[in-house]
Write a protein of this length. Sequence first.
Length: 150
Amino acid sequence: MKLVAQNKKAYHDYSIEDTFEAGMQLLGTEVKSLRDGKANLKDSYVLIKNTQVFLFNCHISPYAHGNIMNHDPLRTRKLLLHRKEIEKMKGKAHLKGYSLIPLKIYFKGPFAKVEIGLGKGKREYEKRESIKEREAKRDIERAMRSKNKG
């Protein structure tokens, strides 16, 4: 599995409760650009329209060696999922406060995949709490390491 892009801000802004793996419907130059690692998931989101799932605002840079037929970097991309998965996502995503957020883009074999997270938005005080927990865990790890060395 080769990681292309990761949405670190999503883990800060949302508490991720469930994840789904989806394929992406891409153009040839988009695949080449992804293989070069030229993707950005910041501010991107996933919407379900009827029985189809779409990825919005995902920036995949135009391929450097492409021609005039290069793709639009911010075009809407269709995600490929089984119908049962779409129905499961649809049921959970329509609950109040839940959103579908792309977490990672990666290659699994020859196929580009997107990991979608079902997340509930964090409030400001929840974000501060999670930062404090992470820093406390880091301090404990540091203390344990220094104790083991000395």
